[in-house]
Design a protein around this ligand. Structure first.
Ligand code: ADP
Ligand code: MG
Length: 237
């Protein structure tokens, strides 16, 4: 086995996915081949409707491919039980969305902690994780605020802290800067880049935004549910 293989987080081969309803089936991913190594910073690009969000949902194990080989950390996902998949989703994957998806009635600190209460983590460690995640994204001073009192960029950084508190292997982010102005978008990307560089968290982002690409190591361009192009991206300076 080559070293590259040992560092593989995901291997995807000939993945197919269709949205299925009673009497119709809409093919959306039509044979996707790629892999993601640990520590990678990958950006999925492509026009609206090309399948970026659907592919992120597969990587986040929210949906399962109907065909193809899907391997996470050396394990064939199709052979895992529902319980094992739930554990991967809960412990290994941090999701970030365009609209943040924070709970309005909870403080920022409670939002970050809420996800951990569903894991088997003792209360003392939970508090430590919440604090270090908020420190890491520069949001510790806002811990007692509610989402409604924050700017979009601050909300997104709180959402990153929520994902980070899980200590995930991978952060999967769907258009994380699309609701933000340029300055806030950059701050969010810088936060993700820091987590990637300092802590080795793998980051996979879907985005239309050219600014986002400046932070990625690698770009995969989708078109009509296929990979059109895969290339190294330039780092931000
Ligand atoms: P992107 O994120 O690149 O805009 P999506 O993955 O959201 O692309 O969508 C890809 C295709 O799948 C689109 O044609 C879209 O209409 C279709 N699609 C997305 N979600 C659903 C759904 N829940 N049911 C049926 N079709 C869907
Ligand atoms: Mg999308």
């Amino acid at each position: 086995m080559s070293e590259g293989f040992l560092n593989r987080l995901y291997t995807c081969q000939a993945l197919h996915y269709s949205y299925r309803e009673k009497d119709s089936s809409t093919p959306v991913l039509n044979g996707i081949d790629f892999h993601i190594s640990e520590g990678d910073f990958l950006c999925l690009t492509g026009p609206s409707g090309s399948g970026k969000s659907t592919l992120l949902n597969l990587l986040g194990m929210i949906e399962m491919p109907q065909e193809g080989e899907f391997i996470f950390k050396g394990r064939q996902v199709s052979e895992l039980s529902e319980k094992q998949i739930n554990e991967i989703r809960r412990y290994e994957i941090g999701f970030i969305f365009q609209d943040f998806q924070l709970i309005d009635v909870l403080s920022i600190e409670e939002n970050v902690e809420y996800f951990l209460t569903r894991q088997k983590i003792a209360s003392k460690e939970r508090k430590e994780r919440v604090e270090s995640a908020l420190l890491e994204v520069g949001m510790i001073d806002f811990r007692h605020k509610r989402p409604g009192e924050l700017s979009g960029g601050q909300k997104q950084r709180a959402a990153i802290a929520r994902a980070l508190a899980k200590r995930p292997s991978v952060i999967v982010a769907d258009e994380p800067t699309a609701s933000l102005d340029l300055a806030n978008g950059r701050q969010v990307m810088e936060t993700l880049a820091k987590l990637n560089e300092r802590h080795g968290v793998t980051v996979v982002i879907a985005s239309h935004d050219a600014m986002v690409l400046q932070y990625a190591h690698r770009e995969i361009k989708l078109l009509d549910g296929r990979i059109l192009q895969e290339k190294e991206a330039r780092h931000a300076v």
